[in-house]
Design a protein around this ligand. Sequence first.
Ligand code: KIV
Ligand code: NA
Length: 265
Amino acid sequence: IKKITTHTLQKMKASGEKISMLTAYDYSFAGIFDAAGMDVILVGDSASNVMAGHETTLPITLDQMIYHAASVIRAVKRSLVVVDLPFGTYQSNSEIALASAIRIMKETGAHAIKLEGGEEVLESIERIVKAGIPVMGHLGLTPQSIYQFGTYAVRATQNEEAQKLQNDVQLLQKAGCFAVVLEKIPAQLAKKVTESVHIPTIGIGAGPHCDGQVLVMHDMLGINTEFKPRFLRQYLNLHEQITAAVKQYIADVKSNDFPNDNESY
Ligand code: KIV
Ligand code: NA
């Protein structure tokens, strides 16, 4: 099997092949996504929401991210595995940021880290890249800053924020990021940004002009049914299918249908 590397992604951008990326948080799903041909598996801090039930991504810890990432890595043969640095593990200074990134690389076997922000975290990005760790950036609606934004609405619709984003993506490229996630920004801005850099842009709610797309697995598989933003395409209704299966199992147990003779020793 030919493994996907950060260089593969750069070549994909250059040749116009779109990059597929999906989150996973455990061994079983990561194995399915890897075997299906996913280019990038993101161990997102969205685990805080979809795995742990928190309202935001802020509470998840580095130890918890490491547990998820190590589980994912054990299943993966081909995909590039990127792990989010959680809130509070890289913002204070670059030394702490580097220590956090090193823990992820050493304790999980992951291939890259991702962190949120532009100019504010540039020194941390530079230091992590200098240590030989590939870094994916993340701009636009960065969920770790949700209390500063106060809303999950589309970002960078005004000129000032759009200008800052365009400046930030240049800084990220210069600092050595191998790719950047663009979350919930206007499609035309994402197009402009994508054309302005040689590193791939991976969009979520950022329109069709990005070099790749990413979704949260629980959203696209329909496990989550409350979260239905405009940008989400739901490929399954697993919530419905799992509910039907589980209800059938309950009924079979209650009615003594399960287990039958063939299912007994
Ligand atoms: O944590 C996450 O799932 C993410 C993606 C939505 C990009 O950062
Ligand atoms: Na994230």
